[in-house]
Design a protein around this ligand. Sequence first.
Ligand code: PCA
Length: 213
Amino acid sequence: MSHKILITGFDAFGGAALNPSWLAVRALHGRRILGHTVVAAQLPTVFGASLHELNTLLKKHQPALVVCVGQAGGRKALSLERVAINVNDAPIADNAGGQPVDTPVKPGAPAAYFTSLPIKAMLAALQADGVAAEVSQTAGTFVCNHVFYGLMHTLATQRGLKQTRGGFVHVPWLPEQGTPSMPLEDMVRGLRLALRCALQVEMDTALGAGATN
Ligand code: PCA
């Protein structure tokens, strides 16, 4: 395991001109946090290809911490996702025209995985710094949940990545995209705080089932 943090964002999808998740993670590329170096990468908003790309990045960087980030229009806070589910059920086509309905992310794998990030500690850290944040109980059933599930499955099953912690954060729209929204500076500040907290806090005692992972 290296002293690297991998943080990913997505390209624009659904006809949008931009994706704030990529703009926010890009701003963190190369930063040092508690002796770790941040590597930012963009994933395609495509079922399958996104996970293939993520797994290549995991193999290459062997990070200590992985946070995947996506846009969730309509939400008003940084959403710390608790659970990834083993289903693809796309409400719209992905960027390659794919629209799977009720297929598994990984056939025969568990129904769900909990995040291994200390989301309650992260929530407290963000709120203490004035960044709007919430714990979310669903990352949806589109490409973000697909990537989140695939990430947790890889971390659970790949030798060499068992000590790596990972999870998913959704960001709201930027002000120019619609309402509710969050300025880019707040997203960047919030994500940096979230990464720092995840490196500092060993286990989230408030998380219940997640703490046994
Ligand atoms: N948000 C989508 C996929 C890419 C993104 O940024 C989602 O929530 O699934």
